[in-house]
Design a binder for this molecule. Structure first.
Ligand code: SF4
Length: 473
């Protein structure tokens, strides 16, 4: 898109993505400033001058070069550092996140491809120490990425093969040999081509508009059907018979599910229940939503809309908000929230996704004096605690929408957020500004947004209660 699409159609940069960049750069600068070994600093240089000075530093055999530029045979790379090891150099990239996927050894694919470019460039320049590089991560770890390593346990393909495959794809895209095609995915909402790609997908009635279908299944299904409408009207009987062979990676059950969704979308039908859903009826109901900042690694807000006797006129919003970003504040906020929830028992507790549970578990580990791990487990395992996304929406309902986010479903049901750009990512950016400035208007914006998220969960619950199965519609 950056190479070939009309740039005037690009969205403005996503504020959260900009915040990630800023924080990443700040972290890099702080790390470089605190290096206790001498290094050659090329940070202020740009373009060909930077590349020239990098070549000179390599020829001099400088031990550590900060912000070099590597250029060779049409490839360009800007690693954060290159370090002399033995008779050559290895690249190092600084990340304000974890170095791996968190399962004790699986590299992050996008980090591997990025380091692969730098290793490749050092090889082409004749000064590589070997096929490996390093990530310096947010926890102060230096993690080696070894390109000789197999990428998957049951495959001989190495990370180097993986990198080379991506390089070939990138070259084909640049040469115009491979025409790229958008596919709706969760990353799209943060991408500056979102509006343009979405319009293209809708125009072409692309299969990836079907919730959860994704790029790989879209590409597999494209051998048989190309639009949502075609899929809706297709006779899939023979696909199901030998589905595993005919459409790789899309089994008969998935075909059935996605065709249901294709029909709803193309007919603009009404949402419905797939099976009987049993939802508790309690005197008090709490609709719960947390806001977290993954970069500060804190939970800065617990919000609840409380309703009594299923009467919306009784609704009130209760919030537990951190007044600064210290650990003491986080603990105090967690403690106050826990006291509130405990005092409201027995009550119905509704939330959207496993995130609330994961967050409370994490907080409990951090602050065990607030409550026990069993307390958290018990709260979420009660019959009256309902994850509307996983326990109900995904398993028991169908919607004529492109995704199942709370924003999409509550909006479908007529709910409107007061904020013009509501999103969890935006809230993190506002929280960052609130910490920096102490601006009360920003604080209120965060609270209003969270309150609306809680209220949207209530709207969704009521909407689900009114759904019927297709035979009763
Ligand atoms: S498909 Fe999605 S992620 Fe890819 S360019 Fe388009 S909006 Fe961005």
């Amino acid at each position: 898109m950056d190479l070939y699409a009309d740039r005037s159609k690009k969205d403005s940069p996503n504020a959260f993505v900009e915040l990630l960049w800023e924080r990443g750069q700040k972290y890099e600068r702080e790390l470089a400033d605190n290096l206790d070994i001498p290094y050659t600093n090329l940070m202020t240089l740009v373009g060909s001058e930077k590349a020239e000075k990098t070549r000179e530093a390599i020829e001099r055999s400088d031990d550590l070069i900060y912000k070099p530029r590597l250029e060779a045979e049409g490839l360009v790379g800007d690693p954060d550092l290159i370090r002399r090891e033995g008779s050559g150099y290895v690249p190092i990239d600084i990340k304000a996140g974890r170095a791996d996927d968190g399962d004790g050894g699986t590299y992050k694919d996008h980090y591997a491809v990025q380091l692969g470019v730098y290793v490749d460039l050092l090889e082409r320049l004749g000064c590589s120490a070997g096929r490996y590089g390093y990530i310096w991560d947010v926890h102060g770890n230096e993690v080696q990425y070894d390109f000789i390593k197999a990428r998957r346990s049951k495959s001989d393909d190495t990370y180097w093969d993986f990198y080379v495959g991506h390089l070939d794809q990138a070259k084909a895209v640049v040469a115009g040999v491979w025409k790229t095609k958008p596919a709706a995915c969760s990353d799209c909402k943060m991408c500056h081509w979102y509006s343009e790609c979405k319009a293209t997908l809708i125009r072409s009635d692309d299969l990836s508009l079907i919730p959860e279908l994704g790029r790989a299944k879209r590409d597999a299904l494209n051998g048989v059907v190309s639009t949502v409408k075609e899929f809706a009207n297709a006779d899939t009987g023979d696909w199901a018979k030998d589905g595993a062979h005919k459409i790789k990676g899309v089994g008969p059950k998935s075909i059935e599910k996605f065709q249901r969704r294709a029909r709803l979308l193309s007919e603009n039908g009404k949402p419905y229940l797939l099976n009987v859903v049993s939802l508790p009826h309690m005197e008090t109901e709490l609709f719960f939503d947390v806001e977290t900042d993954p970069m500060r690694d804190i939970c800065y807000l617990h919000g609840f809309v409380e309703r009594n006797r299923e009467d919306n006129r009784t609704e009130s919003y209760v919030s537990f908000f951190m007044e600064d970003d210290s650990q003491d504040q986080e603990e105090e906020t967690f403690r106050a929230m826990w006291r509130y929830v405990s005092e409201r028992q027995p009550c119905g507790l509704y939330f959207y996704s496993k995130y609330e549970r994961t967050t409370l578990r994490k907080l409990q580990k951090k602050y065990p004096s607030v409550c026990s791990a069993d307390d958290i487990t018990d709260l979420f395992e009660l019959d009256r605690s309902v994850d509307l996304l996983y326990d109900v929406v995904k398993s028991s309902t169908e919607w004529p929408t492109y995704d199942h986010s709370i924003k999409t479903l509550a909006t479908y049901l007529g709910f409107e957020w007061r904020d013009t750009h509501p999103s969890g990512a935006a809230s993190i950016e506002w929280f960052d500004k609130w910490i920096e400035t102490g601006d009360q208007a920003i604080r209120q914006r965060i609270l209003d947004y969270n309150e609306d998220d809680c209220r949207a969960t209530r709207v969704l619950l009521d909407g689900i209660r009114s759904l019927r199965s297709p035979s009763h519609r």
